[in-house]
Design a protein around this ligand. Structure first.
Ligand code: PLP
Length: 399
């Protein structure tokens, strides 16, 4: 049977301890043991089903982790306090001094800053490449390379990675393919296409209510055990643990992700087509003009569409700022970073979420001053939204 990520979430059956339809929240940081021997065994990692201390694991975090693993089709998962709290430990678990990473050059600014400015302190070097060119990715691999890192759909340029092609390269050179799937949950399932590890910032579409930060690493039981190891596990020792109350609330939001993604995608496709027809430089993977439209189609779980993210280029930062302020004034969305909210969010990435990337490199990768990134909301009447957005644009002579 074809892999159906939303069904996999739906089919999990968790009861609360009193028969509640939601699992009870584990409101404890530490756990009792009936015998001292079991406590010792648990520290050694040998007491299945026993809880030790909530930085290691807690029932609420495990419930959320299992639901996310089911969604991504991996053996298991480990949730964390933020997306960066998922990405940074997994990279530090896989790489040590002298190792090398090949990364897409268009990635979230925080991940870029970590690889460019922080990991070199530990003598971990990164080559940044155009991820859409498998020949360049292969050419960048050295004898020290351990990881290929990319975003399925990149922040903010919406470049699409050929996950199966990258997985082939990873296999050929015995590397791990680590994919950040934050922009395309449900739409694309990287693990089923050969990725070894899938991470998410849960802060975005998965939680969907812009009320928390969170993250997850989805992978094999072996990797997750390594991350949680009390002696040398990067997740355990760096301590970016999610709180149980948050894990419970994110799990509840996750259950409506399929409906939300369908609406985000439907609205984004509608607006992208209209903006493009109006002559705006529009980037959206669902447009046939997107250079990787066919690739996205070949990878996607069709019913969730091409996602909620699109960009337009209005020519200059001044125009972009004017337009965003006006759209916010008309209540068409919020001038805010982040994504996946019920309301449309817009920002100019060059001066915000990608500002960690030096200007010359922004230019090289095609990140222009006038670029506006939209996370399209769940608007019930997207035609009305479009008409009002177009009025804003024409009053500023953008269209
Ligand atoms: N990955 C992507 C693609 C992102 O856009 C972000 C945040 O903007 C992150 C990771 C980091 O996530 P968090 O802010 O939850 O740490």
């Amino acid at each position: 049977m074809k892999f159906k990520p939303a069904n996999n979430i739906q089919d999990l059956q968790y009861f609360g301890e009193f028969g509640g339809v939601n699992p009870s929240i584990s409101d404890s940081s530490t756990y009792t043991f009936l015998s001292a021997k079991t406590m010792f065994d648990t520290f050694e990692g040998n007491a299945d089903g026993c809880y030790l201390y909530s930085r290691h694991s807690s029932p609420s975090n495990l419930y959320l982790g299992e639901a996310l693993a089911a969604m991504e089709g991996t053996e298991t998962a480990n949730v964390s306090a933020s997306g960066m709290g998922a990405i940074t430990p997994v990279l530090l678990q896989l790489c040590g001094a002298g190792d090398h990473i090949v990364s897409s050059r268009t990635i979230y600014g925080g991940t870029y800053a970590f690889l460019k400015n922080f990991t070199p302190r530990f003598n971990i070097e990164t080559s940044f490449v155009d991820i859409t060119r498998l020949d360049l990715v292969e050419a960048a691999i050295t004898k020290n390379t351990k990881v290929i890192f990319c975003e399925t759909v990149s922040n903010p340029l919406l470049e699409v990675a050929d996950i199966a092609g990258l997985a082939k390269l990873a296999k050929k050179y015995h590397l791990k393919l680590l994919v950040d799937n934050t922009f395309s949950p449900l739409s694309i399932s990287p693990a089923t296409l050969g990725a070894d590890i899938v991470i998410h910032s849960l802060t975005k579409f998965i939680n969907g209510s812009s009320d928390t930060v969170g993250g997850v690493v989805c992978g094999t039981q072996e990797l997750i055990d390594q991350l949680r190891n009390v002696n040398d596990g990067a997740s355990m020792l760096l301590g970016s643990t999610m709180d149980s109350l948050r894990a419970a609330s994110i799990l509840k939001n996750l259950r409506t992700l399929h409906i939300r993604m369908q609406q985000h995608s439907k609205n984004a496709l509608f607006l992208a087509k209209k903006f493009e027809a109006d002559g705006l430089k529009t980037v959206y993977p669902g447009l046939t003009s997107h250079p990787s439209h066919e690739l996205f189609k070949s990878m996607m779980n069709e019913q969730y569409g091409f996602g909620g993210m699109l960009t337009i280029d209005v020519g200059s930062l001044e125009k972009a700022n004017e337009l965003m302020e006006l759209m916010q004034h008309k209540n068409l969305g919020y001038l805010a970073v982040s994504l996946g909210f019920y309301k449309t969010l817009f920002s100019a990435p060059g001066s915000s979420t990608s500002s960690e990337i030096p200007e010359t490199e922004q230019k090289d990768m095609g990140l222009t001053d006038g670029l506006i990134r939209f996370s399209i909301g769940l608007d019930a009447d997207i035609e009305r939204t479009y008409t009002m957005m177009r009025d804003c644009m024409s009053s500023l002579n953008i269209v």
